[in-house]
Design a protein around this ligand. Structure first.
Ligand SMILES: [Zn+2]
Ligand SMILES: [Zn+2]
Length: 256
């Protein structure tokens, strides 16, 4: 698997960190994990084959995770690069995703569901296995953020695994889901003091890392307060059992 950070930030505009989006190349095709408005152009900026994308995973319906879906579909509907595309695009997310996309569509006469290719929207239930890409298995669990928020576990054809938390408060469920994963991509919105219980701070994330023992971790969804923090020094204080990286827009990892 190849993993590329498109946006390591949040809903707060930031000069270096755009909003959520992660590109994943598997043996079964390519997947976009969350689709902020900035992620749409970040794909092109990273020279990724945005017109050939196989599937999109939406972790929850906050606009820094789903706000690029309508612009992306508006792009694929009209761009020269997608006019001869035949293979379907699949969009996965919690119950309510279909209705949300219809509402985006009905905000004006966009006709986003009519594409040169087939658009398949699949709502997934927690703990029900589904095929997110050809031969690539996924399962989602509920996380405490919004009602529909889901973390997802992805197993590639070669058995490499990735867990993406999306936005979440602290729950041991993530530690269970990420058990021995090859890569854990975890939100770590705040450094120490959390203004809300529906996000993680560094101590929460490091607890989950010690519990899950993944092979590698990327901490992301970083609010601007992280700009003032010496990330590596603070992470070292927790003596993590594996490498812990701070997400940056453009970070590329090979999971092999
Ligand atoms: Zn968010
Ligand atoms: Zn959120």
């Amino acid at each position: 698997m190849k993993f590329i950070v498109l946006g390591s930030g949040t809903s707060v505009p930031h000069p270096q960190r755009s909003s959520s989006g992660y590109w994943l190349e598997t043996n079964g095709g390519t997947l976009l994990l969350d689709c902020s408005a900035s992620a749409v152009h970040r794909m092109a900026r990273e020279n990724l084959e945005w017109a050939n994308l196989d599937a999109i995973w939406i972790s929850h319906f906050h606009l820094d995770h789903v706000g690029g879906l309508a612009p992306y579909l508006f792009g694929t509907k009209h761009a020269p690069e997608t006019q001869s595309r035949i293979k379907p695009l699949k969009i996965f997310g919690a119950v309510g995703l279909h209705s949300l996309i219809e509402k985006f569509d009905k905000a004006n006469d966009y006709d986003l569901l009519e594409q040169p290719f087939t658009l398949e929207i699949q709502e997934v239930e927690p703990l029900e296995k589904f095929e997110i890409l050809s031969g690539v298995e996924a399962v989602a669990v509920d996380v405490p953020h919004t009602n529909e928020s889901l973390a997802v576990h992805i197993r590639d054809k070669d058995d490499k695994t990735l867990v993406y938390t999306g936005d979440t408060g602290f729950t041991k469920n993530i530690g269970t889901l990420a058990q021995d994963a090859d890569l854990l991509v975890s939100e770590c919105s705040f450094f120490e003091d959390k203004p809300v219980e529906t996000h993680l701070n560094l101590a929460d994330a490091m607890y989950l890392v010690r519990y899950a023992k993944p092979k590698k971790v990327v901490l992301t969804h970083l609010y601007p307060e992280w700009d003032k923090v010496d990330f590596e020094k603070e992470v070292r204080k927790f003596s993590p059992p594996c490498e812990v990286l701070q997400a940056k827009d453009g970070l590329r990892l090979e999971i092999s």
